[in-house]
Ligand binder design. Sequence first.
Ligand SMILES: [Zn+2]
Length: 103
Amino acid sequence: MMDNSKKDQLLHTCAWCTQEIDENEDIFGFGANASHDIDLEGKEGEFVSLNLSLRDKTVFALVPEKTKDPSMAGFDLLFITCSEHCAQSLKDEMDIERQVFED
Ligand SMILES: [Zn+2]
């Protein structure tokens, strides 16, 4: 279980470049689906870490509380990034990993 200060910190940290996102700045979040090997049971509202093996990089994603956030229906994970550029880089990287590790 993650403590709240860590969670609060991750809510304001770019998942890709790990830069802190200022409270006055826009947050670029996007939904994604988890691959089947990640167990998200009981993790709603918590952050999970994902390993991008090709880059030896760990990224954090929030498991959305779908009951509280209807816009997240259909998504398993919410990534928080500081810019459109970081959001795109992260999406591209996950696509590459998916192509490599899933058939
Ligand atoms: Zn960033």
